[in-house]
Design a protein around this ligand. Structure first.
Ligand code: FE
Ligand code: ZN
Ligand code: FE
Length: 182
């Protein structure tokens, strides 16, 4: 093992992402369960399916380097998953749904950074077979993030209207004209 080499770093980061995706596979069903919005729950369930595919891609990419994807714990994802659990513990509907989106978007951005880095390394290392696989996963993370932004428009406003309904901000309620879902 040459600790000065980019290929060593590449493998270490692939292992890190592999573990991150596995942590997320365990967390996403909990996020789905905690979501009140059907669309948000569906988004988490859809991304769980994609995440399982991402794990398989990482196994293939590590295989190309003759390395096992196992053996590392992603501390970043561990922290992000804990923060999502905190949202579930500390908030209730409708603020909870907004907080779940925020927590999930932090996860997606973390993953986007991770895939962006290993794609750059793969290009330099001539790992041409790995690149399309890693890019496919990166595209899924970006799409998941965009979907969450789209859902946040209604869900954040809904959380705000709830507060307005407590009599603190009637003006906002009128401006938005949104109704709480049944
Ligand atoms: Fe992922
Ligand atoms: Zn990590
Ligand atoms: Fe993701």
């Amino acid at each position: 093992m040459d600790k000065r080499s980019l290929s060593e770093l590449y493998v270490a980061e692939l292992k890190d992402i592999y573990n991150a995706e596995q942590q997320l596979m365990k967390a996403l069903p909990k996020l789905a369960k905690a979501a009140a919005s059907d669309e948000l729950r569906q988004a988490f369930e859809d991304h769980l399916k994609e995440t399982k595919g991402q794990v398989v891609r990482l196994e293939a990419v590590c295989q190309m380097m003759d390395q096992s994807p196992k053996g590392k714990k992603c501390l970043g994802m561990e922290g992000l998953v804990k923060e999502a659990a905190e949202v579930i513990d500390e908030f209730e509907y409708p603020a909870r749904d907004a907080g779940l989106i925020s927590a999930a978007q932090r996860v997606e951005h973390y993953e986007m950074a991770a895939y962006g880095s290993v794609i750059a390394y793969a290009e330099l290392l001539g790992q041409s077979e790995a690149i399309p696989l890693l890019q496919a996963s990166l595209a899924e993370e970006k799409q998941a993030d965009r979907k969450l932004t789209e859902l946040s428009n209604g869900i954040n406003a809904e959380a705000n209207v709830e507060r307005a309904n407590d009599g603190q901000s009637q003006q906002v309620t009128r401006k938005l004209g949104t109704k709480r879902a049944a």
